[in-house]
Design a protein around this ligand. Structure first.
Ligand SMILES: Cc1cc2nc3c(=O)[nH]c(=O)nc-3n(C[C@H](O)[C@H](O)[C@H](O)COP(=O)(O)O)c2cc1C
Length: 193
């Protein structure tokens, strides 16, 4: 099996870190094959176990599979640049987060952050299963809100494409592994500098 995570093995590490974090990356090359219900559920199960303030679990995933009646609606939300490669995705997801606490109904500050941790859980579980997951901000947020009946107390966060890796296409397109900023630009002792 062509594991897409193999391509990231060249990434340089600055400290000891598990392969899981280094080997995940975001290919665009997918085969257009359908992912099984079991595989897709496994990713949402990983997301479900993300931590959140007061265990509010504000993440919600609106999903469409390429063979269902909502596919065109989800696909049309994407920018042209993302449509070019998402035509080969198996699942499109719109991730939204609830802005208020279930218990009190009050607005709180960390709902987006928590939705982000759910997305990261999903992405890491996907890479463990050799499923491509690719986050996207390139879509029409307003259109998503209205077309998908998203209530005002939810924030549209991102879209995610899932699919089976297409190594041949990835090689043809010469997909590149992304770099990272060095730790000393990211971690500060005390005050920001
Ligand atoms: C919130 C978010 C939005 C993104 N938007 C897009 C997008 O619209 N189109 C795209 O091709 N990639 C998009 N990406 C993928 C990033 O470019 C990619 O994650 C980043 O370059 C790091 O590369 P890696 O994921 O392969 O490690 C997005 C990623 C995230 C997390």
């Amino acid at each position: 099996m062509d594991r897409y995570t193999d391509k990231a093995k060249s990434r340089v590490r600055q400290a000891d870190v598990d392969d899981l974090f280094v080997n995940r990356w975001s290919p665009r090359a997918m085969t257009g094959e359908i992912l099984s219900e079991k595989d897709v559920n496994s990713l949402f199960e990983a997301a479900r176990f993300a931590p959140s303030s007061m265990n509010n679990q504000p993440w919600r995933f609106l999903i469409s599979k390429r063979d269902d009646e909502n596919w065109q609606l989800f696909f049309n939300l994407l920018t042209e640049g993302n449509q070019v490669w998402c035509k080969d995705a198996s699942v499109l997801i719109v991730l939204i987060s609830k802005k208020t606490l279930d218990k009190s109904g009050k607005q709180y500050k960390t709902h987006s952050l928590e939705a982000g941790s759910a997305w990261q859980n999903l992405a890491l579980q996907a890479s463990l299963k050799n499923i491509v997951s690719h986050g996207m901000g390139g879509f029409d947020y307003e259109k998503a809100k209205s077309a998908l009946n998203i209530p005002d107390d939810y924030k549209v966060e991102m879209m995610i494409a899932l699919g089976k890796y297409n190594k041949k296409l990835s090689d043809e397109k010469q997909e590149k592994i992304s770099d990272r900023k060095p730790l000393n630009e990211l971690v500060f002792k005390g005050k920001f500098n």
